[in-house]
Design a protein around this ligand. Sequence first.
Ligand code: ADP
Ligand code: MG
Length: 574
Amino acid sequence: MNTQGVVTGINASLVKVKFDGMVRQNEICYLHLGGTQLKSEVIRIKGDQAEVQVFESTKGLRPGDSAHFTGELLSVELGPGLLGQIFDGLQNPLDQIAKETGFFTPRGFEVPKLSRANSWAFTPTTFKKEKLIGGQPLGFVQEKAFKHQIFLPFDCIGTWEILSIAPAGDYHLDQSIGHARGPHGEQRDLFLSFQWPVKRPIQAFMERLAPSKPLITQIRLVDGLFPVAKGGTYCIPGPFGAGKTVLQQLTSRYAEVDVVIIAACGERANEVVETIYEFPKLNDPKTGKSLMERTIIVCNTSSMPVAARESSVYTAVTLAEYYRQQGLDVLLLADSTSRWAQALRERSGRLEEIPGEEAFPAYLESVIAAFYERAGLVRLLDGHLGSVTIGGTVSPAGGNFEEPVTKATLKVVGAFHALSRERSDARKFPAIDPLESWSKYQGVIPPEARAGINQLLHQAKQVEQMMKVVGEEGTSQEDFLLYLKGELFERVYLQQNAFDAVDAACNSERQTFAYNLIKQVIDSPLAPETKDQARALFHQIRQHLLDFNAAPWGSEALKTQVAQLQELLTQEAA
Ligand code: ADP
Ligand code: MG
């Protein structure tokens, strides 16, 4: 018997409901408004009053209206058919809703989260009387390019005995594919999909491992100097126009991961619309098919109710964890986490909680940390590895990194890619500032060499600043060379043209080769006598390296550039 309730107060999307029975934190409650039911989540309980956050507009709701509590937590449906979908924060499939309701979705409208129209060719891999634990496979279906394992649901505690399992064949998500009995005699029908509460991390694996392998993004600046690890976390501040969108698309296409999940929390709806329209047009360089074949987009905008915005990142990370359970490498890009934090602030304000810094709730830091902790490299029950890597953008007002969301994020992430407006204005792309960024992970360039490059870039910057004051004449030849070397590294290694068919992506083998080549230039005993000669020499070197970057890997053109460069270095060696 569900607990019933009565609305006693309404403050925008926050509604007070007096109840009779049992209610637990975060359970779903439906408010009855005429013939429609408004979905909400319990966010605070005081005595016999629950405060619920409604996922839709509460217009027209009045004290005295009735409500019922479901006993279930806010959950997503996990199963085949997730890939390629565009969901809202509550996992409603947007194209399905648009088809059924047109431009304006009526309140209380719900469609199945995963399509019931499709059937899936299921192959069982378990048998009658076998004993399984939650997270072990019952069988599999083929979902796009992946073998999608169908698991004994993760919430099956203890050892379960398979009482029956369906033979190989086509099944809908509503058709049972088996039956199992739990340790206390409880019985359960098995399906191709099951529910999982979004705020609870999926932990059906053997162990967590330290993220130690680089996640190659094919962006030299990232992989070389500020690498991301498989199962690691990173943060990108996103000033408008600094190249966030281009970078997000580049990483989605070229990063060496299996599945990409985009959590788009937009301030302005048009940024989210841009993502929804642009993504399906992108092709996957690995397969030539649409990138959406291995992408899921979870989106919401500031026009959606605060609770829907808050839940979207949890929905996205839960889907990411589910594909990690499949033994895959998953990249979750959350853009922008500041919008999510604003939803937390709005909610906290309505609850009249004691505010922390800039009116964010005092628990902001722990909420942000808990979100990033859901990233990780894990050893699964079958011994395979799977990973979730999280990259989150923040949008600090005025580029001030001292604001609470950025500060809390920087405390927990493993790498920071400081996208800078100044760099993008100077058309230096990717506009990640090498003097501000950092990473704790291991990348393509070994750590000592990385330190050496950082030092070179810093020194070159100092010389450049000094030259602005004292002019070239006042600068020593030695310093001038340092400056030219820094410039060279910046131009031919850090900068990469996203719109060049070859230069857009640089695999790790090529990165290592390119790094060694430039290192050879930097370490060469070059000693041009005058500044003009030095400039001319570096101009020549730069041209060779730019042509090298534009030449396909393994091509004759590339070999020619390398040979010519080496000849030049030999000639010029003092
Ligand atoms: P944001 O999303 O941060 O507002 P965009 O990603 O739309 O910015 O980038 C703005 C413009 O900067 C792009 O239209 C493009 O011309 C240029 N740009 C950004 N990143 C790159 C890149 N990696 N290579 C070349 N051009 C870039
Ligand atoms: Mg953009």
